[in-house]
Design a protein around this ligand. Structure first.
Ligand SMILES: [Zn+2]
Length: 141
């Protein structure tokens, strides 16, 4: 298996917050915030890995302007297919799973992201032809 061409920060800040926000990350500040009361103790390390994976792949996601639901599914599939744990993330575009196989992720991660970007661009063009309603921006998980 090839290593995923991802980058990680030299320093990572982890905050345990009292706010009821679950978990989130800030790629620019290299920080992860987790609300311990929102997750079971056993799940906290897994949520940290989920958020850290976001930070590691964020640069490539941003380059391709991939939407939130794609980003969440890519991270969830890295967790399940490569790191082999279920991140219990209900958010994400499952129609992308056809691209996000273990083989694709491990042999050509950047090519997989390009395929998703192409697929979403085609779908978006079709969606715009059929409807003019604006999409709501989903909350970050
Ligand atoms: Zn997430």
């Amino acid at each position: 298996m090839q290593e995923l061409p991802i980058t990680h920060p030299d320093i990572l800040t982890i905050k345990l917050s009292g706010a009821m926000s679950g978990g989130f990350y800030d790629a620019a500040k290299h920080s992860i915030t987790i609300s311990p009361q929102c997750v079971s103790p056993n799940f906290m390390p897994l949520l940290l890995v989920h958020e850290f994976t976001h930070i590691c792949v964020d640069n490539e996601i941003q380059k391709r302007k991939l939407p939130h639901l794609a980003k969440e599914r890519i991270v969830s599939r890295i967790c399940s297919e490569i790191l082999e744990f279920d991140d219990h993330n209900p958010v994400g575009d499952k129609s992308l799973d056809k691209f996000l196989s273990k083989a694709n992720l491990s042999s050509d991660f950047l090519g997989t992201l390009n395929s998703i970007a192409d697929y979403l661009n085609i779908n978006q063009t079709q969606a715009q032809m059929h409807t003019s309603r604006t999409k709501q921006t989903p909350r970050h998980c």
